[in-house]
Design a protein around this ligand. Structure first.
Ligand SMILES: [Zn+2]
Length: 198
């Protein structure tokens, strides 16, 4: 049986990388592994998705210090090294800044769940920023909706407001049924399953 796979990149935007307004420490380190997975996914005809925080400026009027990824700003753009092209479907989220906007399944402009169903997606590989917020919530939603879900571990970084938050988030995702893989393993496993099906 053919398994339809998707790669979903969560919020690898300038504001979440070093130099941005709301940086994840060493957030830009996720780009290498993600680009590697992206190149492989592209070659293998996986469906490609990327979410982005896309906040209207007025949602931060009461707390300007936490402003990030404001629509139309440089900070909201994907990191220039991230290999996002026209073949990646973009989901914008964050009309408000409540916790709901952590999950890529809560897009404002389109429904990721509908897109997954329309494309008959069975398995999704997820990477991005940050492990303990948007990645975690996206992964938990993906599992809740019944998709086999794999976290690309070297393609994620945590905020770690409290030290170890990223590890706690990974545990929570695993307990909910997520698989955790290295970007290099994504490629190996895929090749492996292809060989087995011959
Ligand atoms: Zn946000």
């Amino acid at each position: 049986m053919h398994v339809m796979k998707a790669l979903l990149i969560v919020d690898v935007q300038n504001d979440f990388c070093p130099g941005g307004s709301y940086p994840v420490k060493k957030g830009d380190r996720v780009i290498g592994p993600i680009n590697k997975a992206l190149a492989f996914a592209r070659k293998s005809n996986w469906k490609l998705f990327a979410s982005r925080d896309w906040h209207p400026v007025d949602v931060f009027k009461d707390k300007p210090a936490s402003a990030h990824c404001i629509v139309g700003t440089k900070g909201a753009e994907y990191h220039p090294d991230l290999d996002v092209r026209d073949d990646v479907e973009i989901i914008s989220k964050g009309k408000d800044v409540g916790e709901k906007h952590y999950s890529a399944f809560n897009g404002d402009d389109k429904s990721l769940l509908d897109l997954f169903r329309k494309n008959n997606i069975d398995e999704v590989y997820i990477a991005g920023l940050a492990t303990d917020y948007c990645v975690k919530n996206t992964v938990l939603d993906s599992l809740k909706f019944g998709f086999k879900t794999c976290v690309i571990i070297d393609g994620c970084r945590g905020v770690n407001k409290t030290p170890g938050d990223d590890l706690g988030a990974l545990e929570e995702m695993k307990e909910a049924g997520a698989f955790v893989v290295e970007s290099s393993k994504v490629i190996e496993d895929y090749l492996g399953s292809n060989i087995k099906s011959l």
